[in-house]
Write a protein that binds this ligand. Structure first.
Ligand SMILES: *[C@@H]1O[C@H](CO)[C@@H](O)[C@H](O)[C@H]1NC(C)=O
Ligand SMILES: *[C@@H]1O[C@H](CO)[C@@H](O)[C@H](O)[C@H]1NC(C)=O
Ligand SMILES: *[C@@H]1O[C@H](CO)[C@@H](O)[C@H](O)[C@H]1NC(C)=O
Ligand SMILES: *[C@@H]1O[C@H](CO)[C@@H](O)[C@H](O)[C@H]1NC(C)=O
Ligand SMILES: *[C@@H]1O[C@H](CO)[C@@H](O)[C@H](O)[C@H]1NC(C)=O
Ligand SMILES: *[C@@H]1O[C@H](CO)[C@@H](O)[C@H](O)[C@H]1NC(C)=O
Ligand SMILES: *[C@@H]1O[C@H](CO)[C@@H](O)[C@H](O)[C@H]1NC(C)=O
Ligand SMILES: *[C@@H]1O[C@H](CO)[C@@H](O)[C@H](O)[C@H]1NC(C)=O
Ligand SMILES: *[C@@H]1O[C@H](CO)[C@@H](O)[C@H](O)[C@H]1NC(C)=O
Ligand SMILES: *[C@@H]1O[C@H](CO)[C@@H](O)[C@H](O)[C@H]1NC(C)=O
Ligand SMILES: *[C@@H]1O[C@H](CO)[C@@H](O)[C@H](O)[C@H]1NC(C)=O
Ligand SMILES: *[C@@H]1O[C@H](CO)[C@@H](O)[C@H](O)[C@H]1NC(C)=O
Length: 557
């Protein structure tokens, strides 16, 4: 997922030839590192307190060149890999999964969600994942001794917040450079793309990449596809970020659809008074919006105080509540709980909030990896906040809800970053891949708008864009049997949907209906409710998808 939920909330040339791809491939340094993987059923690198799934796991380390582009270095890096073996014959190969961030742990997500991920992909594929450079078990990027991010306020929480966030970025950059001086230049998407190709070759299958990337994983997917077009077997990107803006380092379009998501939250709530605690029978979109906006504004000038059972106290500030609300917009499955917590606050009762947020703490263990990776490869740099005035005005204009509050924060941190990675992908797009890519974009995604999915599809010739007509971040957030079927058909047979296909979400917003109930209205003969068909009516699949979607606020960042 994009933007960290803790602390800091969080132009191009077409037509490159395969000669260029070949030159990238030469940077693989075949003389260094492992050429096969020795899978073990004991996952010795995991800490003993890691809860293991009921489905079997295999673990391994793979030695890869530490610095592919430094031909005078033979140093290696040990990548941490995990494999969740397919449960059904015939086994059709391995799909490499990246959950996003940057900074998300592929190992953690694959282990934590093993069974559901197998189910979604149809049980005939192994899932292979890894911790990218900077993350957890692989060259972890830690900055402060305690690794606790300094508090960071939303951009419009006061008129000094933006300046403080910028200067906190300057301090953080200095600090992170001190603690990572020998590794920070070795973190980048281009390096990880090379690591992925080493994994593909060492898997000893057909030598082709099968890849599933979510959120930032779409940046990684577009990069690996463009650097190694001849290696692309199947590649799915879902929850697509704007790759050109990502590499530039200023991302004004990220929040383009955020206001539509907020509007959808209020309007669908007003129509669901039995399940949305913010609504009563006569509520309207406007009345609910006004109630929440009044709450946020009043918290800005007088935060609430909550006293816990153990008599510890906490301030519920504008930043705290709005950040949590923003995070919750990623996952419609958590909207009912969000509405309960917000409604209690509007009634002056803060006691429920601590439980609500407590349940939402995520398991990120390398919270600075997002900056270590993304800042080191962002091209835009400045030491003067005033140089960013135009950008801040532009992004403030993109979303009323979060343009100024959330929009600039990540980009401010990167602006003054001291390091540039040794290898950064040079931004050659438009390379034709061996097999075309499947691009999935939600109609209503708070951080990766549909326009970015269209943009990425235009940079990957032959790719097809599937529009997932749902809310939240990535198509997993509000599941659709139609989207699931198209993804399986693509991985299994290489079939792409027709351009212009739209899949409807299977479970409506604000619904706590069972899987059985959700499947009932689907026309068993064919076309109603998106493209769900008789053969899609799979209760186990829907249950697995809903468990993933319900992991609020979820590990799939
Ligand atoms: C990127 O690198 C490749 C290979 O070195 C080169 O052919 C291409 O022109 C470069 N593209 C840009 C935009 O610099
Ligand atoms: C390349 O590797 C050599 C040998 O380890 C090292 O001395 C040198 O500093 C490295 N160069 C860069 C640019 O990292
Ligand atoms: C790297 O390995 C090559 C081949 O084994 C060797 O010739 C070279 O001296 C090594 N370089 C360093 C810096 O160790
Ligand atoms: C910032 O907050 C003030 C109220 O505190 C509000 O009037 C203004 O519209 C907000 N600006 C933006 C861009 O959100
Ligand atoms: C970086 O430096 C630390 C401390 O000197 C050392 O423990 C670590 O092995 C080094 N890492 C690399 C990749 O050289
Ligand atoms: C759905 O939520 C409503 C309101 O909270 C509740 O009355 C109902 O029992 C729930 N239904 C199920 C199936 O959980
Ligand atoms: C809804 O109805 C209740 C009583 O029936 C009334 O007190 C309240 O003001 C109404 N709310 C709105 C937003 O019209
Ligand atoms: C919290 O404070 C109240 C009132 O002073 C006291 O009665 C209670 O025992 C305290 N609870 C704890 C867990 O300390
Ligand atoms: C939070 O988790 C606790 C314990 O798992 C549960 O009792 C409580 O209902 C949850 N609260 C919310 C708002 O989900
Ligand atoms: C803000 O958006 C409006 C309407 O789209 C446009 O006219 C204006 O130029 C924009 N301002 C900035 C600073 O981008
Ligand atoms: C793949 O194609 C085969 C042969 O046409 C077909 O039987 C199978 O249902 C397809 N599988 C998927 C998941 O689309
Ligand atoms: C589905 O097809 C069956 C047999 O072809 C037919 O009897 C039934 O009426 C159809 N149902 C709907 C909802 O169209």
């Amino acid at each position: 997922m994009r933007y960290t939920s803790t602390g800091s909330l969080l132009a191009l040339s077409l037509l490159a030839s395969l000669t260029h791809a070949q030159s990238y491939y030469d940077g693989q340094r075949p003389e260094i590192g492992d050429h096969s993987i020795n899978w073990q059923t004991e996952c010795s690198y995991l800490s003993p307190d890691t809860p293991l799934p009921s489905t079997p796991l295999q673990c391994a380390n793979l030695e890869v060149p530490l610095d592919y582009v430094n031909h005078s270095s033979n140093d290696t890096l040990s990548l941490t890999l995990v494999k969740v073996p397919a449960r059904r014959e015939p086994v059709l190969g391995s799909i490499i999964m990246n959950p996003g961030g940057p900074g998300g742990s592929g190992v953690e997500v694959a282990i934590g969600r093993a069974k559901d991920l197998l189910t979604i992909l149809g049980d005939h594929f192994n899932i292979v994942s890894f911790d990218p450079r900077g993350v957890r078990y692989t060259l972890p990027f830690h900055c402060f001794e305690t690794d606790v991010a300094p508090p960071s306020n939303l951009g419009n929480s006061s008129d000094v917040a933006i300046g403080e966030a910028f200067s906190a970025g300057v301090a953080q950059s200095h600090n992170c450079q001190q603690s990572n001086s020998n590794t920070s230049a070795l973190l980048s998407t281009a390096y990880v793309a090379r690591d992925i190709i080493r994994i593909v070759d060492a898997l000893g299958e057909d030598g082709l990449l099968r890849y599933w990337g979510l959120s930032y994983g779409t940046i990684l997917g577009a990069t690996v596809a463009s650097m190694f077009p001849e290696k692309v077997g199947r590649l799915v990107v879902d929850g697509v970020a704007n790759v050109v803006e990502y590499y530039y380092g200023l991302e004004p379009s990220a929040l383009e659809d955020l206001d539509a998501v907020v509007e959808g939250f209020y309007s669908s709530c007003s129509k669901s008074p039995s399940t949305c605690a913010l609504a009563s029978d006569n509520s309207t979109t406007e009345s609910i919006a006004a109630k929440v906006e009044d709450l946020l504004l009043s918290l800005k000038y007088q935060p609430m105080v909550v006293v816990s059972d153990d008599n510890s106290t906490e301030l519920l500030t504008y930043t705290a509540i709005k950040s949590a609300m923003f995070s919750a917009l990623y996952f419609p499955a958590g909207w009912m709980k969000l509405a309960v917590a917000l409604q209690a606050l509007t009634e002056g009762d803060p006691s429920g909030w601590v439980t609500y947020v407590g349940n939402g703490t995520n398991s990120e263990r390398t919270p600075y990896a997002i900056n270590g990776i993304r800042c080191g490869e962002a091209s835009y740099r400045t030491n003067k906040l005033s140089n960013l005035d135009t950008f801040i005005a532009e992004i403030s204009n993109v979303s009323e809800f979060g343009g100024l509050d959330i929009g600039p924060l990540n980009d401010l941190i990167c602006a003054s970053w001291l390091v540039r990675a040794n290898e950064v992908y040079n931004g050659t797009w438009g390379v034709r891949t061996k097999h075309p890519v499947l691009v999935i974009g939600n109609t209503y995604d708070p951080v990766t708008p549909l326009s970015s999915a269209r943009n990425m599809s235009s940079l990957l010739p032959g790719s097809v864009l599937l529009e997932h007509h749902g809310y939240g971040h990535t198509s997993l957030a509000q599941p659709s049997l139609c989207t699931a079927r198209i993804m399986r058909e693509y991985f299994t047979n290489g079939t792409l949907p027709n351009e212009g296909t739209i899949c409807e979400a299977t479970v409506p917003l604000w619904s706590n209906m069972t899987e059985q109930e959700a499947l009932q209205p689907l026309n068993p003969n064919g076309t109603v409710n998106g493209l769900a068909r008789r053969e899609d009516l799979n209760e186990e699949l829907l249950r697995a998808m809903r468990r993933l979607a319900g992991a609020f606020p979820g590990p799939l960042y």
